[in-house]
Write a protein that binds this ligand. Structure first.
Ligand SMILES: NC(=O)c1ccc[n+]([C@@H]2O[C@H](COP(=O)([O-])OP(=O)(O)OC[C@H]3O[C@@H](n4cnc5c(N)ncnc54)[C@H](OP(=O)(O)O)[C@@H]3O)[C@@H](O)[C@H]2O)c1
Length: 376
């Protein structure tokens, strides 16, 4: 990615780029319709369309619909993965300080050789639990910006609706030398004196200062969102939540759609890298496998397409080049499958029947000492 001085030199071309992209966008929309009929796109065009598609198929505030998750992205793989992802056309990256790799990802952005300008990339990060108190929100964001080597974020989310006791840190050091910010001590480290309302007003002031373009939340159930809308000057743009065929959350989706809050599906493939061995493996589901086979796509692609068709944005994590490409909804022949492989209402109904309200991320089990069952 271009940054610093190099970014200055391209700034004059950005307006022109936007005009060209708009025209290109109309062309691509038309082309993808044609692709539904022909399903024949050669590889060179594909690469161009892959990158443009993610921009074109974006939400009202220009957030790409498909993004790369970075939970569990090994710091040693960050440079290769980010560079490959940018080259393939990823333009949305989902980060968080509690993934303990933001400094490596920052270096990867900085050293990327793709020439993609910062303004073309949408970068999300999150506010960790120890920094919910109003006076800690901006320093926490600045720490993330320093780690990611960025001047602003496109989206900053309250990671979980639960405040932890403050954890001090040295803002001049990049990265974290321990994982204390993610340690609630089973819930003993909660700080029940911090209100979400105060946290949110501090988040709003980050937008006023131009440090973040948009703010949102993650893991918020309907009633917390509903309350937040009563006091927010800037309503949350996004609620990032666990959504996959085994945890579909239709009521939350309906609520968010009706309030203009984009739902972003995390763990859209059922987090196969993090799940316990005795937990369900969505990618092995027989119904999904049969359906994917009949459509000539993979189960991962089916899951992503299903989420997109429900109006969600999706963020899947991968550091495997084949998966990275596949998750942009490109098939093994490098044909562009999204749009070309729409799920019928019958197929959507079949997947709806797989819902079992199964969560891989269960806060009630992390905090046994002081339970806050966020989703119950
Ligand atoms: N807000 C929150 O509280 C929260 C919680 C969880 C996650 N998230 C975000 O959401 C992102 C995605 O969630 P996630 O990482 O839990 O789960 P996920 O994206 O559902 O699954 C990632 C796993 O699936 C594998 N994979 C990726 N593409 C594949 C494909 N096409 N075929 C087969 N396997 C594939 C990956 O391995 P390879 O690397 O080998 O491909 C990785 O092990 C996270 O990285 C994070 O950014 C947010």
């Amino acid at each position: 990615m271009t940054s610093g001085g190099r970014q200055q030199t391209i700034i004059n071309s950005i307006k022109l780029r936007h005009i060209i992209l708009s025209v290109l966008g109309i062309f691509i929309l038309y082309s993808s319709r044609v692709a539904q009929h022909t399903n024949k796109i050669n590889k060179n065009n594909m690469m161009k369309m892959g990158s443009s598609f993610t921009s074109v198929a974006s939400t009202a505030f220009n957030m790409p619909k498909i993004g790369l998750g970075t939970l569990g992205l090994d710091p040693t793989e960050a440079k290769t993965t980010i560079n490959e992802a940018l080259s393939l056309g990823y333009r949305l990256f989902d980060c968080a300080p509690v993934y303990f790799n933001e400094n490596d990802i920052g270096d990867a952005f900085h050293e990327a050789t793709t020439g993609v300008p910062r303004s073309d990339v949408f970068i999300t990060s999150k506010l960790a639990g120890p920094f919910h108190r109003a006076e800690h929100v901006e320093p926490a964001l600045r720490k993330t910006l320093n780690d990611l080597r960025l001047g602003y974020l496109d989206l900053f989310l309250v990671h979980w609706p639960v405040a932890f006791k403050y954890v001090d840190f040295d803002p001049s050091i990049r990265g974290w030398d321990n994982e204390d910010i993610d340690d609630s001590e089973g819930g003993k480290n909660f700080d029940p004196t911090v209100s979400l309302r105060d946290t949110w007003h501090a988040m709003e002031s980050l937008v006023d200062k131009g440090l973040v373009k948009h703010i949102g939340v993650a893991n918020f159930p309907v009633m917390l969102l509903h309350d937040m809308l009563s006091y927010s000057r800037i309503p949350p743009a996004v609620n990032q939540v666990e959504i996959h065929p085994y945890n579909q959350q239709p009521k939350l989706l309906e609520y968010c759609n009706s309030r203009n809050i984009t739902v972003q599906a995390y763990s859209p493939l059922g987090t196969p890298g993090f799940k316990e061995s005795d937990e369900p493996h969505i990618l092995s589901d027989p119904v999904l496998n049969e359906m994917a086979r009949s459509k000539g796509i993979t189960v991962a692609q089916l899951c992503l397409q299903w989420s997109l068709q429900r109006g969600c944005s999706v963020i899947a994590k991968s550091s495997n080049i084949r998966h990275l490409e596949e998750n942009l909804l490109v098939n093994h022949k490098n044909e562009f499958v999204s749009g070309a492989v729409q799920l019928s209402s019958d197929e959507m109904d079949k997947i709806a029947a797989l819902d079992r309200g199964y969560r891989f991320f269960r806060p009630e089990e992390w905090w046994p000492e002081n339970p806050v069952p966020v989703f119950h």
